[in-house]
Each structure stands twice: as C-alpha cells, then as structure tokens.
Design a protein around this ligand. Structure first.
Ligand code: CA
Length: 199
C-alpha cells in the first residue's frame, strides 16, 4: 500500500515537472515567445520548410530560439553544424554570431550542433569532442527520438523511428557516462542534449 502511494506521488511529481501537457501549450509558447521575435529571414525559411514534404525534419522554431541564445551566451565565434536540412538551425546559429564569427571546419570550435544520421552519432561524438574547445558546447538533436527511447522495442512505431531507436538509446547512455563532458538533456523539439566539454 505504502509502495503504491509512493508510486502515485512519483507520477504526480513527474507530471508537475513536465511542462508540455498539451499541443495548445506548445502553440502558446510559439505564439507568445517565439514568433514575435523570429527574424524575418528565419520566418521565411520556416514557412518554406513547412511546405516541404520532409518538413518534419526541420528544427522547430523554439529550439532555434534556444540555440540562438546559447550561441550568444557562450560568445561563440567558431561554430559548425553537422547535418543540415533546410538550414533553420544553421541560420539560427549564424544570426547569433558576432560579425567576426566564421563558419568553417578547422581549429577549435565554440559550438557544434549535430543533427545528422543517428546511427553515426557516436562516431561524430568521437570526432567532435576533439574539435570543440574546453568550455565549448556540443548539441545533439533528436535525442528523445519521438519518445521512442522510453518505449519498449516492440511497441508500434514508424519504420524509421524503429530503425534508429537503438542508436539513439546507445548514444544517450554513452553521453551520460562520458567524463569529458557535462550534459543536460532538454525536452525541446525532439529532445536536444547539450554537452559542455570540461577536460
Ligand atoms: Ca533534427
């Protein structure tokens, strides 16, 4: 009985800590805090991406806003994006850069955003951790994988979700135990895991 009560309390606490309880709440965030501040060229790109048949793959605008602020907070000058769809998040990064910021693949990077083939995330991590400076930030996109990471492997899910689910689970475990970084997994968009290199 006591155990059952504990479980119920646990669920309640979880529910209180999980903000996005409805689509309406997400729409509220977009309309209140994201769209009014969205740069005109990002708005155009977003509307183009929405019409594209693979529009689901574009970075959501609230996630773009988060990336934009992170880039400014760490005063990032050298950034790289691995895996570019229509470039919404790339543009989001570029708009947050000071004018002396550069986009290239050499040297020590302040910020790297990885949004590419999920079965290669571990390989990217092994490279990227060397490219980013100590104190720099890596963002891995889609680390909640439509919620499939918390579903049983035989649960009904789309083919591509099922196909890459185990890779995302594997990289999440790896990042959680990598002593070279501090991490924070944020449930924005499809989940983004921020890794700050510490050694
Ligand atoms: Ca993505």
């Amino acid at each position: 009985m006591a155990e059952q009560e504990n479980q119920e309390i646990g669920h309640k606490e979880l529910a209180h800590k999980t903000l996005l309880q409805s689509d309406a709440l997400y729409q509220y965030i977009l309309e209140t805090s994201v769209f009014p501040r969205e740069h005109e060229c990002m708005k155009e790109l977003r509307q183009m991406s929405e019409k594209h048949p693979w529009g689901l793959m574009a970075t959501p605008p609230d996630e773009g806003q988060l990336i934009n602020m992170l880039v400014k907070l760490i005063n990032a000058k050298k950034t790289m994006e691995i895996g570019v769809y229509t470039g919404y998040s790339l543009l989001s990064t570029a708009l947050a850069l000071p004018h002396d910021g550069k986009e290239n693949n050499k040297g020590a990077f302040d910020f790297v955003f990885v949004d590419a083939d999920k079965d290669n995330y571990l390989n990217y991590h092994k490279r990227v951790i060397e490219l980013v400076r100590v104190g720099g930030l890596i963002g891995y996109d889609n680390t909640l994988w439509s919620g499939a990471v918390a579903r049983p492997p035989d649960a009904p899910m789309l083919d591509y979700v099922k196909q890459f689910r185990s890779y995302v689970i594997e990289v999440n475990k790896y990042l959680a135990h990598d002593s070279r970084i501090e991490i924070c997994q944020i449930p924005v968009g499809d989940g983004i895991t921020l890794c700050r290199r510490i050694i």
